[in-house]
Design a binder for this molecule. Structure first.
Ligand code: GLN
Length: 279
């Protein structure tokens, strides 16, 4: 009979041998998930014996984690700001830096009656977090991937946000009307970066990650279209890659945007450009 602590120690060693980063924390998450408790709660249960019925599925998820299946896919959820979101291979795994973008927008003083678009919504974390925090806003989520939209629809339902509109659209092709604000975490990884990427990234949809030689193909198309679809005085907020701030500022300027600012993420990378259409 193995205890919780012995199981964690054993699994940590297994994952370390397979080069999984943060092996102990990964193993703690998998054990907590199996026991139906939080990662913190397992600290009070180290001596609890684990039954074979608990160990068998845990061995299976440990094996899959060792093969590079992302932890978030094995847990099936990811927490993003104040909410839990369903997470699987239909959309990009939400990244911690994207929470910073949502937090930044939520810190702005914005009017109550606002039409907001999340372009390239993926699992829906950005648009749904904004909709949850601003019940009076009219929020639209759009994505070119029907699969991503089916995931964001499930997330909208689970959060009781059925009022949010979900539209399958290649950028603005299927969208009507104008918006007071647009947020977008579009694919921005250069094609050439594919070779050096970790195994885990193979489980994110290609469509959500890559966009041409410098990563900016889609963003280049998107910025002038977003300018057209914004109401006078409307804002645009983006997430971009680590060396794209200069180029994206230029794109925003030539599209006609004012008040261009780029906020850095917690690692000091210029990550979040924001701008305004002149009123
Ligand atoms: N930040 C992600 C990564 O580097 C990319 C997300 C995106 O392209 N929007 O893996």
């Amino acid at each position: 009979m193995k205890t919780v602590l012995e199981t964690i120690d054993g699994g940590t060693g297994y994952l370390e041998k397979r080069g999984i980063e943060d092996a102990r924390r990964n193993m703690q998450w998998l054990v907590a998930h199996q026991l139906g408790c939080t990662r913190m709660e397992i600290y009070t249960q180290f001596d609890r014996p684990m039954t074979e019925a608990e160990l068998a599925p845990l061995r299976e998820s440990l094996r899959r984690r060792g093969e590079g299946i992302p932890l978030q896919h094995l847990l099936g959820t990811v927490s993003f700001l104040d909410h839990e979101f369903k997470c699987d291979g239909r959309a990009l795994i939400p990244r911690p830096e994207t929470e910073e973008l949502a937090e930044w927008i939520l810190s702005w003083e914005l009017p109550d009656d606002l039409k907001v678009l999340d372009m390239g919504c993926g699992s829906g974390v950005l648009g749904l977090s904004l909709a949850a925090a601003h019940p009076e806003w009219q929020v639209t989520l759009a994505d070119a991937s029907a699969e991503a939209l089916s995931l964001s629809r499930e997330n909208a339902r689970a959060l009781g946000l059925d009022r949010v509109q979900l539209i399958e659209s290649d950028l603005f092709s299927k969208l009507d009307g104008s918006f007071g604000g647009i947020v977008a975490n579009l694919p921005y990884v250069p094609e050439g970066d594919r070779a050096g990427m970790s195994k885990e990234l193979e489980h994110d949809p290609d469509l959500a990650l890559f966009s041409g030689a410098d990563g900016l193909d889609l963003i280049r198309r998107f910025i002038p279209e977003a300018f057209e679809k914004l109401l006078p005085g409307g804002w645009l907020a983006l997430e971009i890659g680590h060396d794209q701030a200069g180029e994206v500022s230029k794109l925003l300027g030539s599209a006609g945007f004012n008040d261009i600012t780029i906020k850095s993420d917690l690692s000091g990378i210029e990550r979040f450009p924001a701008a305004r259409k002149p009123s």
